[in-house]
Ligand binder design. Structure first.
Ligand SMILES: *[C@@H]1O[C@H](CO)[C@@H](O)[C@H](O)[C@H]1NC(C)=O
Ligand SMILES: *[C@@H]1O[C@H](CO)[C@@H](O)[C@H](O)[C@H]1NC(C)=O
Ligand SMILES: *[C@@H]1O[C@H](CO)[C@@H](O)[C@H](O)[C@H]1NC(C)=O
Ligand SMILES: *[C@@H]1O[C@H](CO)[C@@H](O)[C@H](O)[C@H]1NC(C)=O
Ligand SMILES: *[C@@H]1O[C@H](CO)[C@@H](O)[C@H](O)[C@H]1NC(C)=O
Ligand SMILES: *[C@@H]1O[C@H](CO)[C@@H](O)[C@H](O)[C@H]1NC(C)=O
Ligand SMILES: *[C@@H]1O[C@H](CO)[C@@H](O)[C@H](O)[C@H]1NC(C)=O
Length: 639
């Protein structure tokens, strides 16, 4: 039996390679829609894709080939990725295309691993990324900008960006011999209120100008007539997206209203789901995934999994959603996908492979194993600085700016995380017994009266006031956290960060000093010289955040590991200068931060934490071999 199977596999392989050889001979590369027969044509032959989403910007480049190979090994024949504008143009005059931003290398690796590519260059991508992939400086440059519309001030920047991307990838389009078969215009634009047809036409023209007929242009939208109407544009093939609870017949009927002929496509089929802080970690059942997949493949559809492999929102790249409330996305983008955050196959992976094998030949690529993780034990941490110490501001704060109203992060040219706002409290008001501070935080503010933590303002929970419990307090500190700019929602699209309308009782507080904390990776080296010479709090940090340093050894080749933050509060962690992202163990559900092996080295490694709220008494933290993503907690601090 086994022997026969082996023979069969060999024959199948022979067939495949002869087709490939033939392709090389005729050298006619193309990708097109055959409307007559409701199918795609790859190099002139009937074709359908089963694709997996994998965003290069959520994984160190050292792992790109590994993940691509695992996607191919599952039987998939294509990979889909967004392109993230903010990664490639972090500042107006700075373009980045190397290292983890080497898009061209990613696409070439996909081709080497025998995968075709579906490219989604935005400019807006949602993707649970900060600001949906927009660079923050759009708001600094043009404060009254109207994003995702035909506002020419926005379009000028968007066109520059698209020209940069598309010029680079042009040689990699199918018609030019490359793997890119599909290029998306905007992203689920039908879910956005503006419904600006002029904008969609303009984007289509820009993209078409580069792509021509060397790949197929497309759009994708959620399953509603309204969404398909506003999201589609003539000249781009209109597709639909839905998950395991979607009705296949109904959804493809809906797609047919936009595209009466041509291949059926689900551009985002969800084998898992996105996750937020303060919510349970969602799981999607494997049986439901394969059942729905089988149903779609049996009617000849092409399908893209969103996500097949999620990865991580390292540093400050996680965004936030507004459904009812503002609610920030987790650092982990595990997504309950077939491949975990660390690229390990799950039972879902093998179930999907089995289903796909009914429709597409499986490649001669061995299926992956779960990788061995590193257990690097307990790391004692030393508190070296308080954030509010003058040395801390000197080492990594921005220049302090004075103003009558508190300036926004964008006005301060600060893309991420923290701004400290200080002011004097109006004396007459603060000596009243019932004095209350009112303010609108974006997104979360720790409130210190006379340098003592007194409460938290929260956008998520709509907490906009804190009572002054010690009458006569003189000074006010507001440490405001940008928890991620909105990536999906029809309100606050232009999501400025900061603190707004601050009053004590009805008295407007003014003037203000503002200091931004950017925490570039380089700040770490300056910490080595800092001498610890003061008492450092443990447990609740009433006198402000702390910066802590620890060291640990790695023997032999480094392995992936997880930093267990469960005993800690809220903050960020750096491993050898790599910002591995936000943690918020007081809240959950994510307790561990994924630390990929390429961030480690043999010998001595350094861990730096910036902890905002809570340090355990023993100041210890540990690395472990398993992730914990689903432990939701009640917060110890309000809101
Ligand atoms: C599977 O899908 C059905 C239908 O959408 C749903 O009712 C059920 O809860 C799902 N099962 C699991 C375990 O998610
Ligand atoms: C799915 O949609 C089709 C077409 O709208 C409908 O006829 C069918 O009853 C639906 N199936 C279920 C299970 O709701
Ligand atoms: C998975 O592990 C098995 C057993 O150790 C090994 O034979 C196989 O080569 C491994 N597969 C891959 C893709 O590394
Ligand atoms: C603001 O900064 C100025 C100059 O650095 C300083 O004199 C003043 O005390 C500061 N005010 C507050 C409230 O921090
Ligand atoms: C700080 O504020 C808390 C209440 O938020 C209060 O219990 C504590 O006594 C205050 N500490 C100081 C030193 O004022
Ligand atoms: C601040 O108050 C003004 C006037 O009431 C209001 O228009 C504005 O929306 C408020 N800003 C925020 C961010 O809530
Ligand atoms: C790391 O290993 C070296 C050599 O064995 C040892 O001297 C050092 O104390 C270790 N450091 C830590 C933090 O474990």
């Amino acid at each position: 039996m086994l022997k026969m199977l082996f023979l069969f596999l060999c024959l199948a392989l022979l067939c495949c390679s002869s087709i490939q050889a033939e392709n090389h001979v005729d050298n006619e590369r193309s990708f097109a829609i055959d409307y007559e027969n409701n199918q795609f044509l790859l190099d002139g032959r009937p074709f359908r894709y089963v694709s997996g989403s994998f965003h290069y910007f959520r994984t160190p480049h050292q792992y790109w080939r590994d993940r691509l190979r695992k996607i191919r090994a599952a039987g998939l024949n294509a990979v889909s990725t967004y392109v993230e504008w903010s990664l490639h143009q972090p500042e107006p005059n700075k373009w980045v295309w190397d290292g983890d931003a080497d898009l061209v290398k990613f696409i070439k690796l996909a081709q080497e691993e025998d995968l075709l590519v579906l490219l989604r260059p935005g400019p807006y991508i949602c993707a649970e990324r900060d600001f949906g992939g927009f660079p923050y400086w759009l708001l600094s440059r043009v404060p009254d900008i109207k994003l995702r519309t035909s506002d020419t001030r926005y379009l000028k920047y968007a066109e520059d960006y698209l020209n940069q991307v598309l010029t680079r990838v042009k040689p990699l389009l199918r018609g030019n011999g490359g793997p890119i078969i599909m290029v998306q215009v905007e992203n689920e634009y039908g879910s956005f209120k503006a419904c600006d047809k002029k904008y969609m036409n303009k984007l289509r023209d820009i993209i078409k100008g580069h792509v021509g007929s060397d790949a197929v242009l497309y759009t994708t939208d959620g399953s509603s007539r309204q969404a398909l109407r506003c999201g589609s544009v003539p000249g781009a093939y209109a597709t639909i997206d839905f998950g395991t609870s979607g009705n296949v017949t109904y959804n493809f009927k809906l797609m047919r209203e936009s595209e009466p002929k041509g291949p059926l496509v689900n551009s985002e089929f969800y084998p898992g789901w996105l996750a937020h802080w303060e919510e349970p970690f969602p799981r999607v059942n494997s049986y439901n995934v394969t059942k729905k997949l089988d149903e779609m493949l049996s009617v000849g559809a092409s399908v893209n999994f969103y996500m097949f492999y999620g990865g991580t929102n390292f540093a400050f790249t996680a965004g936030a959603n507004i459904f009812d409330n503002y609610i920030p996305d987790l650092t982990s983008y595990d997504y309950d996908a077939p491949l975990t955050e660390a690229g390990d196959p799950t039972p879902k992976y093998f179930d999907i492979r089995k289903t796909v094998s009914k429709y597409l030949p499986l490649p001669n690529v061995p299926t992956p194993n779960v990788s061995v993780k590193g257990d690097y034990g307990t790391v004692p941490m030393t508190a070296v600085l308080r954030l509010f110490d003058p040395e801390a501001r000197h080492l990594f704060g921005s220049k302090t700016v004075h103003s009558t109203k508190p300036l926004t992060f964008e006005a301060l040219n600060l893309p991420h995380w923290l701004v400290l706002y200080t002011a004097d409290l109006p004396v007459g008001e603060s000596s009243r017994d019932d004095s209350t501070l009112h303010a609108t935080p974006k997104d979360r503010a720790l409130v210190y009266f006379d340098d003592n933590l007194s409460g938290v303002l929260s956008r998520t929970h709509n907490v906009r006031s804190v009572q002054l419990k010690t009458p006569g307090a003189r000074s006010l500190k507001l440490l405001v956290e940008n928890q991620g700019r909105v990536n999906f929602g029809n309100v606050d699209v232009e999501d400025f960060k900061g603190i707004f309308n601050v009053t004590l009782n009805d008295f407007e507080i003014s003037p203000w000093n503002a200091t931004g904390f950017k925490f570039d990776t380089i700040f770490e080296s300056s910490l080595d010289a800092v001498e610890v010479k003061r008492y450092m709090e443990v447990r609740t940090l009433s006198s402000g955040p702390q910066i802590l340093v620890g060291h640990f050894n790695v023997s032999g080749d480094p392995r992936d590991t997880y930093l267990n933050t469960a005993e800690w509060g809220k903050g960020i962690a750096f491993v050898n200068g790599y910002n591995v992202g936000r943690y918020w163990a007081l809240m959950g559900p994510q307790m561990t931060l994924y630390v990929p092996a390429p961030y480690l080295k043999e010998g001595l490694n350094k861990l730096v934490m910036v902890e905002l709220e809570y340090v355990p008494e023993n100041r210890e933290i540990n690395f472990q071999i398993a992730p914990v993503l689903d432990r939701l907690r009640k917060p110890k601090l309000a809101a």
